[in-house]
Design a protein around this ligand. Sequence first.
Ligand SMILES: Cc1cc2nc3c(=O)[nH]c(=O)nc-3n(C[C@H](O)[C@H](O)[C@H](O)COP(=O)(O)O)c2cc1C
Length: 211
Amino acid sequence: MELYEAIARRRTVREFRSDPVPETSIRRVLAAGLRAPCNAHLKSWQFVLLRDRDRRRRAVAEGLGARDMKDPAEIERFLQRFTDETLKAVYRRSLPRQLSMMLEAPEVLVVFYRMKPLADCRSLFELNPLASAWMCIENIVLALAAEGLYGCTYTPYDAAGLKEALGVPPGWEAAAIIPFGYAQTPPEPNEAEDVASRLHVEAWVEPGVSV
Ligand SMILES: Cc1cc2nc3c(=O)[nH]c(=O)nc-3n(C[C@H](O)[C@H](O)[C@H](O)COP(=O)(O)O)c2cc1C
């Protein structure tokens, strides 16, 4: 598949068919992740695949406190803090699936990266290991799209419980937990964005105005 086709096809999906994902696809996807650019050529990344349902429950339900928010009244109370309707629509779709997507997906991948404690970082530059982990994750989600697969990048607020449940050594952080598989209903590509409305040439002036 062409790169631009994979970029267009990539979408977040939280409901999966039960069909198994071929091991060869998983290997290709992870190999694509490992080709990502990274700070200082460190590639300090490790992957954990979670297949056992009980282990997943311990890691994400007990460890992270992930849960499905199903009660419409609770969802609307949560959404009161936002005004943007697009954002609210995303949350209405996603909040009821935060745990079940990770329990039901045929595969769940956790991407770990090594970084010093956040409290010891004094500049954005020192967050480069996290930025690099997301380069790896972007390659992974694009490679999933190229394989006809879909996933969701769940970001833990506090991963201490997950790390304990999985026996992760000190110094490693979880960038994202990615349930993936074949989509229950493959989504349409996102609408193409208008590049011109965001592009400033030479300096940050209103688009279309020349300096
Ligand atoms: C950094 C990051 C964090 C995200 N965290 C979550 C999350 O915790 N739970 C979730 O369901 N989706 C999460 N998403 C998925 C976004 O909701 C999704 O990418 C966005 O709505 C755009 O939809 P699309 O991926 O289909 O284009 C995250 C995406 C990114 C890039």
